[in-house]
Design a protein around this ligand. Structure first.
Ligand SMILES: Cc1cc2nc3c(=O)[nH]c(=O)nc-3n(C[C@H](O)[C@H](O)[C@H](O)COP(=O)(O)O)c2cc1C
Length: 388
């Protein structure tokens, strides 16, 4: 059983030799460091969200109105954070949510590969975005035996969607995450004020530019006429998916199919009826719609509607405590978003791995102190809504 909490002893022991952690262990300091270090074409895109960012702020703040009650005199010498996901045994419920600009979060332009290396180092699975600076096959190559998932932005062209899914299957990804909330980009004032949208500058489009179906749509290859290729990408990026498309999506793959962006219990039920293997409750970190309800507050109803189908969750996770609260509220696995992108930007693969290790350590130590030896015990203890 991994003792994730021991990471604190590594830090304290290094301190005895006069060595301080190169990156902070808490989100607030991490974000402040990222703000000082990340370039202006990138920071607002990563840090910002939709509208006045109320939903984005609520996502994180809402964890404060959920509380857990400690139990005493329980043997928590070892904690079991492992989960079974689609028949795979994973050491913890944590995963890296798909982030489309990882590629440009590192200065070498290979942030997707650095994220994959962080995944291997920590055994925290990566959901690789369609928007990537390296082809999905190369990302899968770095992951090796470490299970990863491919996140699909469904293009308007069905043949291209099929090609992307089949490439992901052939590359060895273990599931397809279809993001439902992003056929068009939400209203993002920070990006609009800077008139900056990385994809339109040619970033993170390698999965398209390397795709035979996409290339066949172009008069000249992207290497010869990048502007035309970017224009074609913009015209085919997002398909408006409706319920009638789900049988087609289901038919594309035998891999587990996960629908990301589901926040309403009725949508969860209907997606499961249509063949979803998992529901992913997320509001895209408040980047898409400024709808006002924190994702964590929508989780319990989605879990209740999903029955035995696993529910994945992200949006607003900033600490290991948040992870455990999401588990207590019924999530099967929990995704980290912006924090690991900041770690990546500040310290490459090692920086992202540090952030993941800190989250796992805090989660593990919370379970140790609160008397929860397993995730089952966390769920049994539950989480109460408290006034604040
Ligand atoms: C910069 C950035 C890019 C993102 N790109 C994608 C993407 O390509 N595909 C996707 O499904 N979600 C994407 N997301 C959403 C994340 O998967 C996740 O839902 C979100 O980050 C959770 O919110 P949080 O980071 O505030 O916790 C992106 C998020 C950020 C911050």
């Amino acid at each position: 059983m991994p003792h994730f909490g021991d990471y604190q002893f590594d830090i304290y022991r290094a301190g005895l030799r006069g060595v301080l952690p190169t990156l902070p262990v808490d989100f607030a300091t991490l974000e402040a460091r990222a703000c000082a270090a990340m370039p202006p074409f990138l920071l607002p895109y990563v840090q910002g969200g939709c509208g006045d960012e109320f939903t984005q702020t609520q996502n994180a703040d809402a964890f404060h109105h959920w509380g857990m009650t400690p139990r005493m005199l329980v043997d928590c010498t070892t904690r079991d954070l492992s989960i079974d996901l689609f028949g795979m045994k994973l050491p913890s419920p944590l995963f890296m949510s798909p982030i489309g600009v990882l590629g440009i979060c590192t200065q070498d332009g290979h942030g997707d590969l650095a994220a994959a290396r962080a995944s291997v180092a920590t055994q925290v699975p990566l959901m690789a975005s369609t928007l990537s600076n390296d082809p999905l096959e190369t990302v899968a190559g770095v992951l090796g035996d470490m299970p990863g998932f491919f996140q699909l932005y469904t293009p308007t062209d069905r043949a291209l969607a099929e090609s992307l899914v089949h490439r992901a299957e052939a590359a060895g990804f273990k599931g397809i995450v279809v993001t439902l909330d992003t056929w068009v980009t939400g209203w993002r004032p920070r990006d609009l004020n800077a008139a900056n949208f990385p994809q339109l500058r040619g970033h993170v489009l390698t999965n398209y530019f390397s795709d035979p179906v996409f290339r066949a749509m172009l008069a000249s290859p992207p290497e010869q006429d990048p502007a035309a290729a970017i224009g074609k990408w913009a015209s085919i990026f997002g398909k408006v998916l409706t319920w009638t498309d789900l049988p087609w999506l289901r038919s594309l793959t035998k891999l587990p199919l996960i629908f990301k962006g589901i926040c309403h219990p009725d949508d969860a039920r209907r997606a499961i009826d249509a063949g979803a293997d998992a529901i992913f409750c997320s509001n895209h970190g408040g980047r898409q719609a400024n709808g006002g309800i924190a994702a964590i507050d929508m989780l319990p109803a989605v879990v209740a509607a999903s029955g035995t189908t696993p529910v994945l969750f992200d949006s607003g996770i900033r600490s290991g405590t948040d992870v455990i609260k999401a588990i207590a509220l019924g999530a099967h696995a929990v995704g980290l978003g912006r924090p690991y992108a900041y770690g990546l930007a500040l310290g490459g693969a090692a920086g992202a791995a540090h952030v993941l290790k800190c989250i796992l350590a805090e989660a593990d130590l919370l379970m140790a102190v609160n008397g929860y030896p397993s995730l089952g015990a966390v769920r049994e203890a539950g989480c109460q809504r408290v006034a604040n």
